[in-house]
Structures are given as structure tokens and as C-alpha cells.
Ligand binder design. Structure first.
Ligand SMILES: [Zn+2]
Length: 80
């Protein structure tokens, strides 16, 4: 995770939610082009990484063997 903005509930994650900004040359001689920017996204939308599934997965609420609330992988049920 690169940046967190708790006020807005947004995070910026490396390599996720890349948007292309099309830039126009503002001055003569300046190059326009497309710049890739990492856009902020809502933290709740960030996928958790499951090492079992080897990819980002949706998390759901679950309980562990002690009855504590944990987040588990929605696919394989592994604790996240
Ligand atoms: Zn999983």
C-alpha cells in the first residue's frame, strides 16, 4: 500500500486502479501524452491477498477456532 487517506477512506495501491491521464501540451514545445497515475480507491474495495489462492480475493467475516472474529477468504476460507 502506498498511501492511505483515512479521512476519505481511500487508499492508493501500487499497480491497482491505474488511470490514464491524457495530457495536452500546455506550452509550445511541451510534449503531451498519456500518463499513468495511480488513482485513489475506496479502502473497502481493495482486495485482500490470499496466499492460498495466490491472488486477491474477497474477504468475508468468519470465526477462528477460538471463536474470534476474523476475515477469511471467500473462496477457500483461509484466514486473511
Ligand atoms: Zn483463498
Amino acid at each position: 500500500m502506498l498511501e492511505v487517506s483515512p479521512k476519505e477512506g481511500k487508499v492508493i495501491v501500487q499497480g491497482v486502479n491505474i488511470v490514464s491521464r491524457h495530457l495536452r501540451p500546455r506550452r509550445q514545445g511541451e510534449a503531451g501524452g498519456i500518463v499513468k497515475v495511480e488513482a485513489p480507491m475506496y479502502a473497502c474495495k481493495v482486495m485482500l491477498y490470499c496466499s492460498k489462492c495466490n491472488k486477491g480475493v474477497r474477504a468475508k467475516a468468519g470465526t477462528n477456532s477460538k471463536g474470534e472474529k476474523i476475515r477469511v477468504c471467500a473462496k477457500c476460507g483461509a484466514e486473511l
